[in-house]
Design a protein around this ligand. Structure first.
Ligand SMILES: NC(=O)c1ccc[n+]([C@@H]2O[C@H](COP(=O)([O-])OP(=O)(O)OC[C@H]3O[C@@H](n4cnc5c(N)ncnc54)[C@H](O)[C@@H]3O)[C@@H](O)[C@H]2O)c1
Length: 436
């Protein structure tokens, strides 16, 4: 069970970075690690609300972190409680989350319940004086996302959002390289997530269908947008330092017609004022291309999921050289298609180079949890983390709205928050006097 915590210094070493200055510029949330020296002896006393699949994943991280003590868990479904008790047998058990929030031994809570419950749980947790980690997406509606952001602005407590790419060494390195101009100005971002499964959980009795398969019903979730897209579209604002002002898309149910209410096949385009576009595509009845974000600059491409980057110009492969050579010598006439200058334009076979020197061992989840533990101990909020999560959520919701309404959606001004130099949202400003 014993596991050494990873310090910021070790993390930088792992990434092959000598100094953390540029890291803090591109990923300021890493400041959470900077306080480690001060907090050697203290522990964060945490609770997990919602001990289903993701809640238990976090519990497994927390019980292995020597600077964390899991003091309580809460779920309203017995099998989830039993699963959590196997990981943390001595935690206090609650079935009503508001009771757990009255527990003075709890410093911070991690909320891993279905999406539609996040807002009330985050608000109540802040009211109870707890630090909060809310799993992604933050919410199912724009109003709920803004309410969570307001609640965060009205407290001095820490808020983390489960956007683990922000703590993933591959992604951090990718953003640093983009900021250093290694791939030139970004021309487009393609994101996709392809799977081939029905996305269903087994249900022991029919009345539990909606409780267990909540992500398939619009009352609780926006399906692939809030569950998958929010991880990937978050990359757009992080990489481009810009917010897309318009979105358009199309969604359909093409394969899993089993009573679910969410799409199984979606395509969205996010349009930036600069002319750059980011796409999100997801199909869950073909997994050939898997999951990736392709960040395309004029001089190179980064694929952070693979952990690789590719320079745009490399010497052509020998076979292609020969083909071009033959074409130039005019002996190409016998080939009956596409004219004398034809060369294949299928994907580049360039194998690329690793972003951090080796294949990825894990995503950023463990480091996110580590940083949360540190932040709870120090009580120090980390810059821009919540804003990244907020935009990931709102862009997912707006993408869904574009598909539902079949029209181009403008990002509404009243949901823009003060990040990336956008003006403060009118919803957060003091109310204007009426009838003036
Ligand atoms: N960051 C990631 O990569 C990642 C991965 C998976 C899931 N998630 C997020 O984690 C959250 C949970 O997803 P999951 O897959 O674990 O779902 P899940 O259905 O497996 O677990 C949810 C748990 O919440 C419990 N619950 C429901 N209502 C409750 C209430 N009122 N009080 C207490 N407990 C309640 C359920 O009984 C269940 O045990 C979602 O927001 C999801 O998007 C994030």
């Amino acid at each position: 069970m014993e596991q050494k915590t990873i310090s910021r210094r070790e993390f930088l070493k792992e990434m092959g970075l000598v100094a953390g200055v540029s890291l803090l510029a591109s990923s300021p949330w890493f400041s959470a690690f900077a306080q480690e020296q001060e907090t050697q002896k203290e522990k964060a006393r945490l609770a997990v609300i919602g001990t289903g699949s993701r809640g238990c994943f976090h519990l497994n991280m927390f019980v292995r972190d020597p600077k964390c003590e899991v003091v309580a868990i809460c779920d309203d479904y017995r099998p989830s409680i039993d699963a959590a008790l196997k990981i943390t047998p001595h935690a206090n058990v609650y079935t009503v989350y508001r009771k757990l929030l009255e527990d003075p031994n709890v410093d911070g809570v991690l909320i891993a319940t279905p999406l539609h419950l996040h807002r009330e749980m985050v608000e109540a947790s802040f009211q109870a004086g707890k630090h909060v980690f809310c799993e992604k997406s933050l919410s199912k509606t724009l109003d709920d996302a803004l309410a969570i952001y307001k609640a965060y602005q009205n407290t001095d407590k820490v808020l983390f959002v489960g956007q683990q790419r922000l703590f993933d060494p591959r992604y951090i390195k990718a953003i640093e390289m983009i900021e250093q101009g290694v791939i030139g100005p970004i021309q487009g971002i393609k994101t996709f997530w392809y799977r081939n499964n029905d996305w269903r959980r087994p249900v022991p009795s029919p009345e539990l269908e909606r409780k267990i398969n909540w992500r398939l019903y619009r009352e609780f979730s926006l399906g692939m947008m809030t569950e998958l897209a929010c991880h990937q579209v978050q990359l757009g604002s992080w990489a481009l330092k810009e917010l897309p002002n318009r979105m358009m898309g199309s969604g359909s149910l093409t394969w899993w017609k089993d009573g679910r209410e969410v799409y199984d096949n979606v395509s969205i385009l996010y349009l930036y004022d600069s002319g750059v576009r980011m796409s999100f595509d997801s199909i869950i009845s073909n997994k050939f291309y898997g999951c990736e974000e392709q960040i395309m600059g004029h001089e190179g491409t980064i694929e952070p999921e693979k952990g690789k980057f590719f320079y745009e110009t490399i010497p052509p492969a020998a076979g292609i050289l020969q083909l071009v050579n033959e074409a130039e010598k005019g002996i190409f006439e016998s080939i009956p298609f596409a004219g004398p200058s034809w060369v294949p334009e299928t994907a580049n076979k360039n194998k690329g180079e690793f972003l951090i020197g080796e294949k990825p061992k894990e995503d950023g989840s463990r480091l996110t949890d580590r940083a949360f533990v540190e932040a709870v101990i120090t009580g120090k909020r980390v810059e821009k983390l919540v804003e990244e999560g907020y935009y990931a959520t709102t862009l997912s919701i707006l993408g869904d709205q574009a598909m539902q309404e079949g029209r181009i959606i403008d990002y509404p001004d009243e949901y823009k928050i003060d990040y990336l130099n956008h003006k403060a949202p009118s919803a957060l400003a003091p109310a204007a006097p009426e009838n003036v």
